[in-house]
Design a protein around this ligand. Structure first.
Ligand SMILES: Cc1cc2nc3c(=O)[nH]c(=O)nc-3n(C[C@H](O)[C@H](O)[C@H](O)COP(=O)(O)OP(=O)(O)OC[C@H]3O[C@@H](n4cnc5c(N)ncnc54)[C@H](O)[C@@H]3O)c2cc1C
Length: 282
């Protein structure tokens, strides 16, 4: 039978990890338990529950950033006034994850650690300049989210190290923001392609700053920094938008899978940008 361990402090967690290095960390279990159940061979590694660790809970303003405990559920994240104010884009994405029952269990830390190309919190976190705080017996370190995610299902987390918090800078002035997810159905859908965008237009209709990120069109989130730089100073006429969409279609590298072809994903990635840019107003 599988042992379930419930450490009450980080110190106890690291002690347990030293004793049972094969133990599996579990937050909400919405990814982990499904993965374990789908394994053909029995797996009786112990579970180390993270839910009771105070250090991994809650959302607070530290003065210069917002600090979100890794074991904060998506339901709590969505309801929290601080995250709603400083990270509305993340809230929009979190609302599309699973249904209410899943969001009540699933945590932000679990979503980023799963590092799925379709992980919906990731495109907003990239645009918001999120950093991830990691802790082990050796101490703490921080990594930008784009460095933390190393590939599909892979992160730069070391053995016996956990994600403690996700840090976001205070809200910046981006009047136009969107998160869109194209799936095979309206709810409980895994993204065929997702898109997060932020933009600020001057009173004269000139783009002052833009940030874009796509999910499910490459092994990890795609940002096209060259395109973002090119668009600064541009006006949003038809040619600019058409050229930008073409750069996106060429810049992403999706694969064919059971949900969609690579070609479809390319087209959707470009179309989502077009829809966003066409909707931006002063
Ligand atoms: C029906 C259903 C629908 C879903 N729909 C979506 C969707 O639309 N979009 C989407 O993005 N996801 C979706 N998911 C996936 C899922 O809910 C998320 O990825 C979830 O956020 C994972 O969080 P968790 O707390 O449940 O993680 P767990 O399952 O507990 O853990 C996931 C992984 O992260 C590790 N881990 C968790 N917390 C930490 C930590 N603090 N430090 C280090 N490692 C950690 C675990 O060891 C495990 O490897 C869906 C899942 C289900 C079951």
């Amino acid at each position: 039978m599988r042992a379930v361990l419930k450490p009450a402090s980080l110190e106890e967690l690291f002690y347990q990890l030293d004793r049972r290095p094969e133990a599996l960390l579990m937050a909400g279990g919405t990814d982990l338990l499904i993965r374990l159940r789908s394994k053909p061979a029995p797996d009786d590694r112990p579970l180390l529950l993270l839910a009771d660790l105070d250090e991994l809970q809650g959302i607070k303003d530290t003065g210069n950033e917002i600090s979100i405990g890794a074991a904060t559920t998506l339901t709590r994240l969505i309801a929290d006034p601080l995250s709603r104010h400083h990270a509305p884009l993340l809230i929009r994405a979190a609302r599309t994850i699973g249904g209410p029952a899943v969001r009540g269990m699933a945590t932000l830390g679990g979503n980023i650690r799963t590092a799925s190309p379709a992980g919906d919190s990731l495109p907003p976190l990239y645009l918001l300049g999120a950093e991830v705080e990691l802790a082990s017996r050796q101490g703490r370190r921080r990594l930008p989210i784009a460095e933390f995610v190393a590939g599909p299902g892979r992160t730069r987390l070391h053995n016996r190290e956990i994600v403690t918090r996700i840090l976001l800078p205070h809200a910046e002035n981006f009047p136009s923001q969107t998160f869109e997810k194209v799936g095979l159905r309206r709810s409980l859908a895994v993204a065929v392609t997702s898109f997060a965008g932020m933009a600020r237009l001057s009173a004269a209709g000139i783009l002052e700053e833009v940030r874009f990120a796509w999910g499910s069109v490459a092994p990890t989130v795609v940002r096209l920094l060259g395109l973002e730089a090119e668009l600064v100073g541009a006006t949003l006429d038809r040619d600019t938008i058409r050229n930008a969409a073409e750069i996106v279609r060429q810049g992403v590298s999706p694969v064919d899978d059971i949900r969609a072809t690579a070609d479809y994903r390319r087209r959707v990635a470009g179309n989502l940008l077009v829809r966003f840019l066409e909707g931006i107003h002063v």
